[in-house]
Write a protein that binds this ligand. Sequence first.
Ligand code: DGL
Length: 277
Amino acid sequence: MVNKITFSPKPTHPIGIFDSGVGGLTVAKAITELLPNENIIYFGDTAHMPYGEKSPHAIKSYAEKIVEFLIAQPCKLIVIACNSASVTAFKRVQKLLPQKQFVINVIDPVVQHLVAEGHHKNIGLIGTKRTVSSAVYKKKFEQIDPSIHLKSLATPLLAPMIEEGFFNNKISKTVVHSYLNNPHLSKIEAIILACTHYPLIMNEIKSYYKGDIEIINSAEIVSHAVQQFLKQNYLLNVSKKSPKHEFYVSDYTESFEQTAKIFFGTKLQLKEKNLWK
Ligand code: DGL
């Protein structure tokens, strides 16, 4: 039984965004670019990374604590900037909130976008073991547009590799190319990067496909879903004050700080906050 949290969202309140580590910063970055007035609070659960290898029970309990923390700030909207947490804990987070629409995951906006565009019928997907084994994307496409065929491949080495700062180098290129070379991913017209860490290995993915297929990066698509939600709910921040961006991690590591800078594009002030102590 989950206890509901009380909250009264206001336009000046920050948007709460979380992920297991740096990956969700790709989503945070896209949100701040599209909505430069918005305040954000980011939580990277580095103490429990990688989520992709954790049990559903563990991911749900991590998400619950993080959402309680974000709502207490108080945040006006929660963005689950992690596919593994979105497939596992979205319903749990919805139940926590007084109104379930105040949480956005990274899956529905992408599925809706691809169905609305209707450009591709054979789509590939790479993501964590958790995301791929849940088959959530497949089920959603089957429900909305059964003519779309999805071929999914778990690529568990990628998120930890990126988190450790291995991208844009020979090692990351070899690892990425050997995954993408899997025959299961042949004859696809587009590929969904179903892990928010993967935009950081965009160069490696592009160098494999050489422009032959479309690469779907969820960060930008999700930022538009956030904008639409805030508009519809009269929650866009119109204040003239310069926006505040806060970044928390559950376990501070130097590699997170360095990678975070690259993900977000500017130097970040990381605060350590262990919600489990
Ligand atoms: N960025 C995450 C995702 O989108 C999770 C990576 C991980 O912690 O395994 O799935």
